[in-house]
Design a protein around this ligand. Structure first.
Ligand SMILES: [Zn+2]
Length: 78
């Protein structure tokens, strides 16, 4: 499992939410593909736009993170 880190948006506020993006197949949870941190003002933007269509599951962020910081999880090639 490789992870790619990055930053989306221009917000520099501390994040209070961790939005997880899941892929479902045939109604069953298949994988956690992306997570993105969001401040209160951007949590809805994160759930709709920053997840690129993945199903959101939002939980309280733990520790100090910045709004728009995301992690993409990619399955190992081969
Ligand atoms: Zn924000």
């Amino acid at each position: 499992m490789n992870a790619v880190f990055g930053k989306t948006g221009t917000c520099t506020a501390p994040a209070v939410w961790l939005v997880e993006g899941y892929t479902f197949r045939d109604g069953a949870l298949e994988s956690l593909d992306r997570t993105v941190y969001a401040c209160q003002a951007h949590v809805s933007v994160a759930e709709v736009g920053w997840l690129r269509g993945l199903a959101p599951h939002t939980r309280s962020a733990r520790g100090l993170h910045w709004c728009g910081t995301f992690t993409d999880y990619e399955p190992d090639a081969g």
